[in-house]
Design a protein around this ligand. Sequence first.
Ligand code: ADP
Ligand code: AMP
Length: 207
Amino acid sequence: MNIILLGAPGAGKGTQATRISDKFGLPHISTGDIFRDNIKRGTEIGLLAKSYTDKGQLVPDEVTCKIVEGRLAEADCKGGYLLDGFPRNLFQAQELDKFSKVDAVINIDVDLSLLMARLCGRRVCKSCGESYHVDFLGGKTTCERCGGELYQRKDDNEETVGNRLQVYTEQTQPLIDYYSKKGVLLNIDGVGAIDEVFARICAALKK
Ligand code: ADP
Ligand code: AMP
């Protein structure tokens, strides 16, 4: 099954992706993770991406679409994939339609007013990528899943989050309508405990 996770920054895509990927055995492909990895390794793509991710703007479509097309052509995607953070605008969605068929789009719906606090308090594991929130860490600085060190993403600050939410509203939100018209949209209430949201996703996918 080819699945897309749609939702605003901080809606819980990464958090749910880990669980969906484990349960259904699908590779989790996050374009944000791909860019962060390239930035860390100082590649040409990383150097280009950094100037956009630091400001909370979208990396140019040609670069992003080429990366995703290449990644989806890899062997582990033959049995399906879970895309997180792509597509993020209409152009990317139309390009994706040219090289792959989307079976389901899970739209994690969270009121935008909740997202600034979620993102500014997010801590991410350097090793496995699991997300946490400082309010629930009780001072812990390592990952519960793998023991890795937790860090705060550079773009999880008030100014950049503000830009990211604006980009989401202007460019990504219209995709809800795009996929709804195609009949593949699954709307999921993203407010509530992480396990509750996961149960809603599993129930929607079963149907
Ligand atoms: P995204 O990948 O959509 O940007 P994340 O999965 O990284 O979002 O989650 C953003 C922040 O919100 C993290 O700090 C995470 O721990 C927290 N979070 C995720 N799901 C929930 C939830 N159901 N309720 C409250 N906080 C959540
Ligand atoms: P994320 O990890 O999904 O929050 O993405 C972090 C940043 O990576 C975004 O703010 C963008 O700068 C960039 N990015 C991730 N996915 C895409 C995409 N599909 N198109 C363009 N830029 C992206």
